[in-house]
Design a protein around this ligand. Structure first.
Ligand code: FO1
Length: 321
């Protein structure tokens, strides 16, 4: 008998999430996995609409990402930003020459009335990506980081201030009224949807802006299929980015357990790194099934293995044990 088709949804933000999504894209073809991406980092800069997390995932899936920087494109040249600097322009946010083309095309398409979803579909198609990459909403969601210096727009906090100001909290402007696109609603309503993975992205500024969209979280809670999260914290540290620093500043324990607790009323399963195996019982105490795996992804094989582990875990949770 033909096995029932299984489709999956991966929820992702920045670099860590994109690595696991690359694993999913090698394991599952375009009609088996879709990616929903954070837009809280988006901002208007130099008259351009910039969507860093959409671009990080797009470049990663296209094999064009810059492994050293963790953002932008590989083999990049920087003539534009050098010329801008010579003219006294704003150069705190580095824009590579090839990356600039993405922002110009996106800005132009948005100006003609295209939705961010349609823009992303066009850009991903042009870069040879078959998988669906969906912004969480076509309406603006903007992360504001409340710091000791006052409220900062996300990129001002992350790039201009280099994540230095201590954070006090976050706000996701627009999330309360942001609607889901028809494309994302279709993925969430698909009867073949077999599970959801929250990728190892920063819970506070990459995942929470999406969960702050009521229509999205309501749809997730209404699903009859399991949701698992992969911890972005390994051995008390973040693999990349300010997650651990933010936890310290928010007086949240820097542990994988605290991440499980953060998602506790949404997830059925949690995947931690082997280094955190000792936390398994305490996470299980949250009524969350836990497995340990190698969650530190160095090679492509690591990305694919972790993706397979997540799918197998969802199958087991769906199978009722
Ligand atoms: N991050 C930096 O630390 N410095 C930059 O100059 C920078 C430029 C940049 C340009 C395009 C883009 O898509 C991302 C860029 N990022 C830069 C990373 C960006 O701030 C982060 O990727 C996300 O917003 C957080 O994941």
């Amino acid at each position: 008998m033909k096995a029932k088709p299984e489709k999956y949804l991966a929820i992702t933000g920045g670099v860590g999430g994109a690595k696991l999504c690359l694993g999913f894209s090698h394991l599952l073809d375009a009609d088996q996995v879709s990616f929903v991406v954070n837009t809280g980092d988006d901002f208007e800069h130099l008259g351009l609409h910039i969507s860093p997390d959409l671009d990080t995932l797009t470049y990663t899936l296209a094999g064009l990402s810059n492994p050293e920087l963790g953002w932008g494109r590989q083999g990049e040249s920087w003539n534009f930003i050098a010329a801008l600097d010579a003219l006294g322009g704003d150069t705190w946010f580095n824009l590579g020459d090839a990356d600039l083309a993405t922002h110009v095309v996106r800005t132009q398409m948005l100006k003609t009335g295209a939705s961010l979803t349609d823009v992303t579909a066009s850009l991903t198609r042009k870069l040879g990506i078959d998988h669906q990459v969906l912004p969480v909403s076509d309406d603006p969601v903007r992360t504001i980081v409340h710091t000791q210096l006052g409220p900062l727009a996300f990129q001002h906090y992350f790039v201009r201030e280099r994540c230095e100001p201590a954070v006090r909290g976050f706000e996701f402007d627009g999330s309360g009224s942001a609607k889901l696109s028809a494309q994302l609603k279709a993925v969430l309503a698909d009867p073949d949807l077999a599970g959801v993975v929250i990728c190892p992205s920063n819970p506070f500024v990459s995942i929470d802006p999406m969960l702050a969209v009521p229509a999205f979280t309501q749809a997730l809670r209404a699903l009859e299929v399991p949701i698992v999260a992969v911890s972005p914290i390994v051995g008390g540290e973040a693999i990349k980015g300010p997650t651990a620093k933010m936890m310290q500043e928010l007086s949240v324990p820097r542990s994988a357990f605290a991440v499980a607790e953060h998602y506790t009323d949404l997830i059925d399963g949690f995947i931690m790194d082997q280094q955190d195996a000792a936390l398994s019982n305490s996470v299980a105490g949250l009524n969350i099934e836990t497995i340990v795996a190698q969650t530190v992804m160095v090679t492509l094989a690591d990305r694919i293995d972790l993706a397979r582990t997540a799918i197998d875990f969802l199958r087991r949770l769906r199978g009722g044990g």
